[in-house]
Structures are given as structure tokens and as C-alpha cells.
Design a protein around this ligand. Structure first.
Ligand code: ADP
Ligand code: MG
Length: 765
């Protein structure tokens, strides 16, 4: 029996999913596979594991497994469920790639989907679980998709063994046809249970015009208006990236400072009377504006008025009214009304501004769940993480820029770029829904309804958007040879499968098919090359196949500790802080400049001279991690040297994990993570370069020779086998000025140009 606190019990009872407990548990008892759909916030993640626990699905020492696509969610949800159930984290635990608190006593285990995939490699039948929940299936993350395919088979195998495994798939949207209408996946379509959500109506307001560039500025203006004009209630802003989030947070904090005491110049009586009057006036106007809007909130649940139904015009009118009103108000302040509608600090209207994005430190992320200080309004400025995984309490207004930043891969060349694109209609609706959790709310879309009409209906599943060599290697290691026959909910393209298989053959992880041309084609088209011994070794390392190959080659010359460090740093990515961000003030600009110079200098020191410099950016990674660990890996050291502390901690954990994996493979290596690791000697550096070249062999580039210079755009450019266009060494690289003839690179990222990052020199005989 679970011993919950009365307050917790009361809070739970408010969740719509509580009403469905019996229906869900009966369905689970009768069917091997059940799909549960319910709005974000309806209680799926926090409650369903508790239902299963109370129904005895963790008896006989078995575990209820829950997978999440995001680490943030796995950690946060295990803590939340432990708290609700009054159980220790030893019982309700989590496991993410680098860490976890699972014990012998663990009965409910939250993990990332990648963690469960690794477990399947060790125990294909997942015998320690009686039930597995795949959460956030609507996100269609690659691992979620693969897991669902694998579990569809595992469930059958367990049934044959009379050790039934239950599978629950949970989704925040009703778009589950890829699971239910997919005969190859589930011959019997699983039952779908819809949780009626107690969603309050959300009125959606479209902008009349769509800003072409400055959607951040538009967000700022909208938040200011809401905060000045509209009744209490939290504001949630959706932007696309960390830099934007910070910039807007700074701007809002400046506009509405959260100080207990007033700024000195506002101390005199007249001003504060004036302020109170202004405050009351704007509140009164807000009420009026609200009254004008309320009769139009007639939707049963949030929904979007189709284009041309006049919502835009209404919004535009309101805007004009507000604009006029705001104008006169601000005139009282200064008479100087900038394009932003004035950014004079206004301490009379405190706003509790918090950022939220996935790279933010967990304790800072947790702040959004706390109530704002007395008298202040909560305003969370978030990226996509707030769309479905986390529910922030008390949000009444959503400001949606309508954009999302995603890594985009070229299917043939693998070149990646971060692109800001319009979201899908489904995502926009999810975002709007965040405003109606506790009372009727409003969503301000900073784009027109016509633009919305052109959005894609749903975002495409991730598996169709990125290279799949890591998945294919994992699947081959599970002895799934004919990958093309695998029951993917949505299969990746055949080109992507072929590209993956070819890379794995080149790395020696798969057996090359016999050379005869005809046979080769036949083999390739069936995509059924078996895995090699090397491939099996590579599959045990939790890193991309290219890096796994480096590890597999590093046994000689005492290179393993260095290879592990380099691979860990390349896998964690973005070890260095982004210093090219726009500065909010002159002081900040000066600080950024100073730091950029210091970091550049440190990079030159870490890269060293001669042989070691040839290892280029990978030598910098090695040097930075080495120096940081030597200095005790303090946040101060990271801060001073432009290193991301969080990345450094992840690298440390991944080094530990890779070291364990290598020791398991070859116990005679007897490796350990040495915080006082000596730099590699010259021979070792040379050997490391060979190892790196073997892993990144398909990422080779040659400097364009002066005699080949046809066009100015090829100045200092490199040519790669796959791309017609020039690529360049990234300015942050230590080889930027060296311009070696042959290089290998970690990745090409397209920004203003195509840039190679993580560059190292290759000697060609
Ligand atoms: P779903 O999975 O259906 O989106 P959840 O189970 O995540 O819903 O959330 C149910 C409720 O629990 C939400 O109202 C949310 O605000 C609340 N909740 C979740 N995590 C926390 C937390 N860490 N602190 C406070 N409330 C939380
Ligand atoms: Mg959830």
C-alpha cells in the first residue's frame, strides 16, 4: 500500500487520469499492448506508473520501466513520483546515459529510451520487467520508434514463454495511426484509451502580420503588453534557442525589475502615486479588454479558428487600442517612446522571469515549478522543452513565435545545419494548450492565420530526418540482419539505410558483400550484411560508430585513455561556451571580447606545437579536459576558460563509462580514469592521428590548390568527395590559420558557409 500525504492525494485527485484508472488497468490486464492518449498535464507520466505499482506489477522483485526521450524528464519525473508516493529514490529511481540512482530495491525505473535499448542488447527478453511504458511516444524520437518495433516482438516472445510482458505506449496527441494501423508492427491493433482532459478553453489570437525577422522583439512587445494590460496569470514564451531565451530574459528583467525596494528616483511620493494610478488605470483597461474578449471564448477545448474567421481583425483592433493606451501611459514616463514601446524599467510591475531550455542546469530548471515571489507575475521563456515534456503550473498566457530550431541533416552528405523553421500545426496547438491548464487562457501567435494554414500538420518522425548508422549497428548487434524488414513505426528512407550500411562496411563493422557486381547490388538492395566481430565490439560502446571504431583501435601504445577522452569530448559536443552571442550591453561586449581572446590563447596552449598541433582541435579537447581535471574541474576553472561546466561533468561521466566498457572488453587493459593524466608523447600523438583518421576516414577534405582556384569563393577552401561546394575550417579551430593540405573533420555545420568543426591534420603518403 502506498502512504501518500493528504495534500498529495488531493492534488492527484484533480488530475483527469485518476478517473480512468480502472479503465486503464482493465485494458492492461486484458491486452498485452495498450495505448494511452491524453493532453500534456493530464497525469500520464506521474500517475500511470503508480497505478501499475498499486496493481502489483512490481511484485516478485520485478520492475516497472518507463522510458523518456529526454534526460530532463527522466530525472524530474522519477523525483516527482517518489515524492508523490512517499517512497525513497532507492525505490523510484532513474537511469540516464551517464548516471542514475537505481538500486536492488528499485521498483519504478525512469530511464531514457537509449538506456532501455542498451538493456535489450544484454537481455533481449527484458526479463526483469513486467511492464514497460514508452512515454512521449508522440515525439517520435528515434529510440522510441526502435523500441516500439523491438517491443512488439519481445511481447510475443514473452507470451510464448508464459512470462507475459505488458507494453504501454503513452502519447500526448491522438496521432497514433503509425502504431495502430501498422499491421507489420502490431497484427492486432492495440486498444487506445483516451483520457478526457480537463483542459480549459484557450483563445487563440493570430497576428495580423507575420514579422519577417525580429520575432524576439515581437515576443518582447507582446509580453510587455500582456503584463501591463491583462489580469494575473503566468506567461509562457516559446522561442527557438538558448541565446534568444537569455536575450529576452535580460530584456524583460530590465523592463520589469524584481526589486523589493523602488529605485531611488522613483522614491518620491508623487511618482509612486502616479504609478499606482497608472497601474490601476492599466488594470481597469485590461478588465475592459478582457470583457470585450470573453464572450468569444466559446470553444469546448482549445482549438484554432480557421483562417478568415475574423480573429485576426479582432486581435488587430485590440492591438491598436492597447497601443494607443500604452503610448499615453508611457508618455507620462519619459516622452521617449522607442520602437519597442519603451524599455524604461518599471519596478511597479515586478515580473519573475525564468529561462527554460534543455542545457540549463537541473536546479535552475526546477525553479519553474516553484511559485513566483509574492506579487510578481511568472514569465517563463522557453524553448521546445516546455511544449510537452514539462508542465509548468499557473500558465494563463502563451506567446508563441511559431518557430523551432532543429538540427537538419542532408541525407546524402550528412552535413548538418541548425535551421529555424515554422513548427507544425500540431506543435503550435500543443503550445497553445499550455495556457489552459488551470483556467481559461490565451495564446498569442506571432504570425498570421494564413501562415499557420501553410504549416505542416505534424512534425516528421526523427528517424526520417537523420543518419541512422548508430541504430543500424545496434540492430545488427541484436542479430537483426535484414534491417529493411524491421517493423519500424515509420521506416527511414532506403537511401539512409544504404548510406548507413555502407559507412558501417567501411568501418569494418559489417561484412562487405562479395565483390561480384550483380551480387553486390542484390545484397545491398536487401540490406542484409551481417555484423563482424569488430562490429560487435563497437556496438558495446555507447558512442557513434565512427568513435567506437577509434576506441576499438586504440589498444596499442597506451593510447586508450587519450582516445577515450577525445571520444567522450566529441560525443558530448560543445565543450566550449558560445562566445559569439550578441551582447546586451557595452560592458558585456567588452567582457565577451576579453573572454574570446583568452579562450583563443588557451586553445593555442592546449594544442601545443609541432606534432601535437597536427592533432588540431582534438588535441585542444584533450588538453582542455586534461587541464580542467588537473585543476579539480571546478566551475571557476570552467568559467575562466570558457568551458561549459555541465559538458565537462558529462565528459567525466562518459569517460568513466567508456573506461568500464573497455575494461569489460579487455580486462588486461586495467584502465582507470586518471585526473592527473600526462599529455601524450609525440609517438602517441602520431598514433592518435592514425586512429582518428581511421574513424573519420569518410570525412576527409583537401585544400584547394592555388592552381585550381577558379573563383574567389574557393579561397582558403577545402574540397570533400561528397560536396560540390567549398567547405572551410571553422574560425574557432586552431587549424584555421594553419590550413593543412589534408584534414579530417568531426562534422560539417552550415551557417553562413559550410564549416568543418573538430578538425585534425592527415599526412598523405
Ligand atoms: P502528462 O504526463 O500527462 O503530461 P504529468 O504526469 O507529467 O502529465 O503531470 C501531471 C501534473 O503533475 C501536472 O499538472 C504537473 O504540473 C504536475 N507536476 C509534474 N511534475 C511536477 C513537479 N516536479 N512539481 C510540481 N508539480 C508537478
Ligand atoms: Mg508526460
Amino acid at each position: 500500500p502506498v502512504n501518500r500525504s493528504p495534500e498529495m492525494q488531493e492534488e492527484r485527485l484533480k488530475l483527469p487520469i485518476l478517473a480512468e484508472e480502472q479503465v486503464i488497468m482493465e485494458a492492461v490486464a486484458e491486452h498485452p499492448i495498450v495505448i494511452v492518449c491524453g493532453e500534456t498535464g493530464s497525469g500520464k507520466t506521474t500517475q500511470v506508473p503508480q497505478f501499475l505499482y498499486e496493481a502489483g506489477y512490481s511484485s516478485d522483485n520485478s520492475i516497472i520501466g518507463v522510458t523518456e526521450p529526454r534526460r530532463v524528464a527522466a530525472v524530474a519525473m522519477s523525483q516527482r513520483v517518489a515524492k508523490e508516493m512517499n517512497l525513497s529514490p532507492r525505490v523510484v529511481s532513474y537511469q540516464i546515459r551517464y548516471e542514475g540512482n537505481v538500486t536492488e530495491e528499485t521498483r519504478i525505473k525512469f530511464m531514457t529510451d537509449g538506456v532501455l535499448l542498451k538493456e535489450i542488447q544484454k537481455d533481449f527478453l527484458l526479463l526483469k520487467y513486467k511492464v514497460v511504458i514508452i512515454d512521449e511516444a508522440h515525439e517520435r524520437s528515434v529510440y522510441t520508434d526502435i523500441l516500439i518495433g523491438l517491443l512488439s516482438r519481445i511481447v510475443c516472445l514473452r507470451e510464448k514463454r508464459h512470462l507475459p510482458l505488458k507494453l504501454l505506449i503513452m502519447s500526448a496527441t491522438l496521432r497514433v495511426e503509425d502504431f495502430t494501423q501498422n499491421q507489420r508492427l502490431f497484427t492486432q491493433p492495440p486498444p487506445v484509451i483516451k483520457v478526457e482532459s480537463r483542459q480549459f478553453p484557450v483563445t487563440v489570437h493570430f497576428n495580423k502580420r507575420t514579422p519577417l525577422e525580429d520575432y524576439s522583439g515581437e515576443c518582447f512587445r507582446k509580453v510587455c503588453k500582456i503584463h501591463r494590460m491583462l489580469p494575473a496569470g503566468g506567461i509562457l514564451v516559446f522561442l527557438t534557442g538558448q541565446a534568444e531565451v537569455h536575450a529576452l530574459c535580460r530584456r524583460l528583467r530590465k523592463a520589469f525589475p524584481l526589486t523589493r525596494h523602488r529605485p531611488p528616483e522613483k522614491d518620491d511620493q508623487k511618482d509612486s502615486v502616479e504609478e499606482t494610478r497608472r497601474f490601476k488605470k492599466s488594470r481597469a483597461r485590461a478588465k475592459k479588454a478582457q470583457a470585450a474578449m470573453l464572450p468569444q471564448i466559446s470553444l469546448d477545448s482549445y482549438s484554432v479558428l480557421p483562417a478568415g474567421e475574423g480573429d485576426e481583425d479582432r486581435e488587430a483592433e485590440m492591438d491598436e487600442e492597447e497601443e494607443a493606451a500604452l503610448g499615453s501611459d508611457l508618455d507620462l514616463d519619459s516622452g521617449d517612446l522607442g520602437a519597442d514601446g519603451g524599455e524604461q524599467p518599471d519596478a511597479s510591475l515586478p515580473l519573475h522571469v525564468l529561462p527554460l531550455y534543455s542545457l540549463l542546469a537541473p536546479e535552475k530548471q526546477a525553479q519553474v515549478f516553484q511559485p513566483p515571489p509574492e506579487g510578481a507575475r511568472l514569465c517563463v521563456v522557453a524553448t521546445n522543452v516546455a511544449e510537452t515534456s514539462l508542465t509548468i503550473p499557473g500558465i494563463k498566457y502563451v506567446v508563441d513565435c511559431g518557430k523551432v530550431k532543429k538540427r537538419h541533416y542532408d541525407r546524402v552528405t550528412g552535413v548538418s545545419s541548425f535551421r529555424v523553421t515554422w513548427v507544425s500545426q500540431a506543435s503550435a496547438d500543443q503550445r497553445a494548450g499550455r495556457a489552459g491548464r488551470t483556467e481559461p487562457g490565451h495564446c498569442y501567435r506571432l504570425y498570421s492565420s494564413a501562415v499557420f494554414g501553410d504549416f505542416e500538420k505534424y512534425p516528421p518522425p526523427e528517424i526520417t530526418r537523420r543518419p541512422v548508422e548508430d541504430l543500424i549497428l545496434q540492430m545488427k548487434a541484436l542479430n537483426i540482419e535484414k534491417v529493411i524488414n524491421f517493423p519500424f513505426p515509420t521506416p527511414p528512407s532506403v537511401e539512409a539505410l544504404i548510406a548507413a550500411e555502407e559507412l558501417l562496411i567501411a568501418l569494418g563493422a559489417l561484412q562487405a558483400p562479395p565483390k561480384t557486381e550483380r551480387v553486390k547490388q542484390l545484397q545491398r538492395s536487401r540490406l542484409s550484411c551481417p555484423i563482424t566481430e569488430l562490429g560487435r565490439t563497437m556496438a558495446t560502446f555507447p558512442v557513434a560508430p565512427r568513435y567506437a571504431k577509434m576506441l576499438a583501435l586504440s589498444r596499442q601504445h597506451g593510447c586508450l585513455p587519450y582516445a577515450i577522452t577525445i571520444v567522450a569530448a566529441m560525443t558530448v559536443r560543445e565543450l566550449f561556451e558560445e562566445l559569439d552571442r550578441p551582447a546586451a550591453s557595452d560592458e558585456e561586449l567588452a567582457r565577451l571580447k576579453g573572454k574570446r581572446a583568452r579562450v583563443a590563447q588557451m586553445k593555442r596552449i592546449w594544442a601545443g606545437q609541432g606534432a601535437s598541433l597536427k592533432l588540431g582541435d582534438l588535441m585542444v579537447l584533450l588538453g582542455a579536459v586534461g587541464a580542467c581535471e588537473y585543476a579539480g574541474c571546478s566551475p571557476q576553472f570552467c568559467e575562466a576558460n570558457g568551458l561549459r561546466y555541465k559538458a565537462m561533468m558529462e565528459i567525466r561521466r562518459l569517460r568513466g563509462q567508456l573506461t568500464t566498457a573497455v575494461n569489460t572488453m579487455c580486462p588486461e587493459a586495467g584502465l582507470f580514469v586518471d585526473p592527473k593524466m600526462q599529455p601524450p608523447n609525440e609517438n602517441q600523438v602520431t598514433y592518435l592521428r592514425q586512429i582518428v583518421t581511421a574513424g573519420l576516414g569518410d570525412h576527409l577534405a583537401r585544400k584547394v590548390q592555388s592552381e585550381d582556384l577558379v573563383d574567389d569563393k574557393w579561397k582558403n577552401a577545402y574540397k570533400t568527395p561528397l560536396l560540390d561546394d567549398p567547405v572551410f575550417i571553422h574560425p574557432s579551430s586552431v587549424l584555421f590559420k594553419e590550413l593543412p593540405e589534408f584534414v579530417v573533420y568531426q562534422e560539417i555545420v552550415e551557417t553562413t558557409k559550410m564549416y568543418m568543426k573538430g578538425v585534425s591534420t592527415v599526412d598523405m603518403q
